[in-house]
Structure formats: structure tokens, C-alpha cells
Design a protein around this ligand. Structure first.
Ligand code: CP
Length: 307
């Protein structure tokens, strides 16, 4: 199959296993392109893309922009903090004004769950969800799967742990959908107050003991505590969280096998993982960032209908 089954990338929930495999396979070719001396191809030179970031971002925003430039697309960047949103303009008015300038594709990050889906119903452009509230972050899950496959091969039957603030994490939900579609087993681990009650209904195992989780898994994806999405206290203190759920080198080295360590970033060094773990040979955190460009090139190339 050489086409995606969807017109927009709104979430991993809405795409098929074939779609995921097509994106991962296409990203392999683009990874080769971005490692050549001339890192650019003309594939999207007739396309204009708007990057609309209503919420802060470093990795996602930069890698989408780099991916667009590597594909020779024309790019416009919009950041809510320096826009007329500050004067009260609505999302739909903002987007319609940008689209009046003839934009073919919109990459959007927004703090509200469902914002990308809402937009896809209102405008004709292709929409790529770059993270919507605590809902989905599909390109993060795709780059995570790609990075795991590079290191441990086919994910069918592999054991993947997602550790930390599952409740507020769009990375967790997109990873769960993606890994399960690829045949992996998923376990979430964290304080019970940070694990949504519905999670077991998705076929995910739940564990509150970090050591048991790490002994079980092949890969541990360590998530950040998202204090910006917490208006009440979910655990007594950061210090206690780190004592129970922080990963340090002593714990990592004491495990009976070598596991891979991932983190979507931004890292709170010394909270969910120590610097020694983030920078050790088992960590693939910077591979994830590198692969983000190839994955985003593949997503935009396929959504634009190129083969
Ligand atoms: N992983 C991720 O989404 O990072 P940013 O918030 O910096 O884009």
C-alpha cells in the first residue's frame, strides 16, 4: 500500500497499522537523505505549510520546520505569544486569515484536546497534529517507534514501559496506540494518581513499582511530570516522586538486563532521570530527536499525496 488511509494526521488512534508501517518505511529513505552532504530534495517545492504553535515547543517546532525545508516547501511560522491571539482573535479566525494567504498544510500545536480535529472540520488544508493538550502527539509516537525499531528490530512481542505522568501525557496515549498496533506489549508505571482509570480498558498493564517495571521491559520511556497541566497536587513533593519513580544509574545498572532508555523531552534532569542516565550508552534520547526530522518529512510527504 502506498497511500495513507487518512487526509489529516490527527492522532495514532485514527490511522491503521498499514499507515504506520508506510510512514516508518518512508522515513527510512528520508533519514538517508538528511545524512547526505546535500540534505534537500524538491518533493514539496509547490507546497506552502503554516506551523501554528499556540503552545511552547522546541523539538517539534524546529524539526517540523527543518523537515519542511529539507523537502523544499515554503514555510510560514506563527507563534501565539507574538500574534493577534493576544488581542482576542479566535483560533478559527486566526487560521482562516492564514489560509487566505493560500496555505496547503497546517501543522498545529494547541493546549486544547481536539483542536486539530476541530480545525480539520473547518478548513480545506491538510492538518497535522503537533500535540493537542493531553490528547495525542502522533509524530512523537511515530518517531519513538522508529527509534525503537532501529535498536531492537520488529516491535511485535517487545515489552515497552511508559513511566511517569501518564494522566497528563499526550505522548503516552499516542505511544500506547502506536505500539499496540505494531504488536508490542505496553505497561504504564507511576503513582496511581497519575494513571488514568480508563487505561486498562486499552489493554495496557498497570504497575506502581518502578523496579518491577524496569525488570519486565525491553525499553523504558521516561516521561516528565507536567506541572503546567496540574492545578491540584497529585503527589506530595517532587523529592518523593524522584525517590519512588526517578531512574538513576545505580538502579539502571542493578537490573538483570540492559534496557533502552527513552525520553520525549524536555527532560527535568534529576527528577525523572538523572543526567548520568540521560547521557549513558543505553539512552537513545538524541536518536529520537534526529529521527523526528525524517518522520515529519515522511508524514508531510505522504499527506501531500506524494509517492
Ligand atoms: N517532545 C516534544 O514534543 O518536545 P517539545 O515540546 O519541545 O516540542
Amino acid at each position: 500500500m502506498s497511500n495513507l488511509s487518512v487526509n489529516h494526521l490527527l492522532g495514532i488512534k485514527y490511522i491503521t497499522k498499514n499507515d504506520i508501517e508506510l510512514i516508518l518505511e518512508t522515513a527510512k529513505s528520508f533519514k538517508e537523505v538528511i545524512n547526505r552532504p546535500i540534505k534537500k530534495v524538491p518533493s514539496l517545492r509547490d507546497l506552502t505549510v503554516a506551523n501554528l504553535f499556540f503552545e511552547n515547543s522546541t523539538r517539534t517546532r524546529l524539526s517540523f520546520e527543518l523537515a519542511q525545508k529539507r523537502l523544499s516547501a515554503d514555510v510560514v511560522n506563527f507563534s501565539a505569544a507574538s500574534s493577534s491571539v493576544k488581542k482576542g482573535e479566535t483560533l478559527i479566525d486566526t487560521v482562516n486569515n492564514i489560509l487566505a494567504m493560500k496555505v496547503d498544510m497546517v501543522v498545529m500545536r494547541h493546549s486544547s484536546a481536539g483542536a486539530a480535529e476541530f480545525l480539520s472540520r473547518k478548513v480545506k488544508s491538510k492538518i497535522v497534529n503537533a500535540g493537542d493538550g493531553a490528547h495525542e502527539h502522533p509524530t512523537q509516537a511515530l518517531l519513538d517507534a522508529f527509534s525503537m525499531q532501529e535498536k531492537i528490530g520488529d516491535l511485535k512481542g517487545k515489552k515497552i514501559a511508559i513511566v511517569g505522568d501518564i494522566l497528563h501525557s499526550r505522548v503516552a496515549l499516542s505511544n500506547i496506540f502506536c505500539l499496540q498496533k505494531l504488536g508490542a506489549e505496553v505497561k504504564v508505571c507511576g503513582p496511581i494518581t497519575l494513571i488514568p482509570k480508563y487505561i486498562e480498558s486499552l489493554g495496557v498493564k498497570v504497575e506502581t513499582d518502578l523496579r518491577k517495571t524496569l525488570e519486565w521491559c525491553d525499553v523504558a520511556n521516561m516521561l516528565r511530570i507536567q506541572l503546567e497541566r496540574q492545578d491540584i497536587k497529585f503527589f506530595p513533593s517532587i523529592r518523593e516522586y524522584t525517590m519512588l519513580y526517578g531512574l538513576d544509574k545505580t538502579l539502571l545498572d542493578s537490573l538483570s538486563k540492559k534496557i533502552l532508555i527513552m525520553h520525549p523531552g524536555p527532560i527535568n534532569r534529576g527528577v525523572e532521570i538523572t543526567s548520568e542516565v540521560a547521557d549513558c550508552s543505553q539512552s537513545i534520547i538524541l536518536d529520537q530527536v534526529e529521527n523526528g526530522v525524517a518522520i515529519r518529512m515522511a508524514v508531510m510527504f505522504l499527506l501531500a499525496g506524494r509517492q
